[in-house]
Ligand binder design. Structure first.
Ligand code: AMP
Length: 119
């Protein structure tokens, strides 16, 4: 990917971000429009479009993304009260940036998982 991908450009340091954790293979940075007191995005440095592609293409890297998210949750003091970790995927999932990212949300009660019931 590269120049066309927003999160590849953040990984490359071409676009500024508030980075909270970096490993050899992952980067965690604050969401520019936070939906909770803590809202951090965790990405693999290597480009994968979504979580399904990542999981199938590099299971070990998937685990590293989860491990980074867990470490950030600990750093941000979220482990006691809990948090939400989610991957929006595709059109119905509301994905807007097609470089896989985990949303780590916490710092307050987050309410129901979805805005509306389907029943
Ligand atoms: P999604 O809808 O799951 O693809 O989420 C994309 C997320 O990226 C949204 O929560 C945006 O607020 C966030 N976002 C977009 N641009 C930036 C940026 N430059 N730095 C940090 N977060 C961003």
């Amino acid at each position: 990917m590269g120049s066309d991908c927003l999160f590849c450009r953040i990984v490359a340091g071409e676009i500024p971000a508030t980075i909270v954790r970096e490993t050899a293979t992952t980067l965690a940075f604050r969401d520019i429009q936070p939906k909770a007191p803590v809202h951090v995005l965790v990405v693999p440095k290597e480009h994968y479009a979504d979580v399904a592609t990542l999981a199938q293409g590099d299971p070990a890297l998937s685990a590293e993304v989860l491990a980074t998210a867990a470490a950030v949750a600990e750093d941000e003091g979220l482990t006691g009260d809990g948090f939400r970790l989610l991957f929006n995927t595709g059109a119905y999932g509301g994905q807007e940036v097609f470089h896989v990212h985990a949303h780590l949300l916490g710092g307050a009660p987050l309410g129901p998982m979805l805005a509306r019931d389907l029943a």
